[in-house]
Ligand binder design. Sequence first.
Ligand SMILES: [Zn+2]
Length: 278
Amino acid sequence: MPIKVGAHVSIAKRLDYAIDRAVNIGADCIQIFGSSPQSWQPFLFPLEQVDEFEEKREKAGIDPVFLHSIYLINLASKNPYILGNSIGSLVQYLKFGKAINAEGAVFHIGSHKGRGFEKVAEQVVEAMNQILLRTKGCGKLIIENSAGAGGVIGSSFKEIGLIVKALNSPRIAVCLDTAHAFEFGYDIRTKKGLDDAMKEFDREIGLEKLVLIHANDSKTARSSNRDRHENIGKGKIGLEGFRGIVSHPDLRDLPFIIETPPGSDKDDIETLRSLSVH
Ligand SMILES: [Zn+2]
């Protein structure tokens, strides 16, 4: 089976333009924002755009569709305004996701800003529980691993696993970003490093929770904790690294989403496809 590969595409101007953009770059699957990622303000899409999105999507056979949450989310914040808005935004995203048949909403848990994981873990779990309760029947709440800068939660599989296990819900899932994993310290460039990382993932989180790969190369070195995406094969993970990633038995059947700027995403999709062996 060929790998399923796509990209994060823009919803600028109209929601359904996302599908046109996906077709133009040869994507099998996509990720989109449901609103402006720098703002708490939700978007109100006219129903006609939602219908058009669905119609075009079916015709093009784009599947699955993932939502990526806004950048302001921080479920570990001690500021009640930020915490409340973060919960509200994720609830709104999951409801919108249901309307467009998305798999779920990918998000970063946030930062404890020096307070420590243990201090905030309970709050994070409680917030995620509330989100699940308020979105019954909706898609998955998908935790993305982080590169690990500045008290960010969910860089190690261990931390993610503790939260996933505490929630114990079939609606909790995980997205693995290759750049973030590498920048945090997982040596996924080599066969041994990737095998070890996936074993750790399975032990700490459970492979059945993994629903999506963000396929990004990294501009920065391993363990840099600095999140800088690079085009596939042009960064520190490199072409050989990605050849191992797209053919790994734990990963090759999952959707791969590229998150490099528009313009190079078509090439990245082709590169990734060409690396998979059948
Ligand atoms: Zn990502």
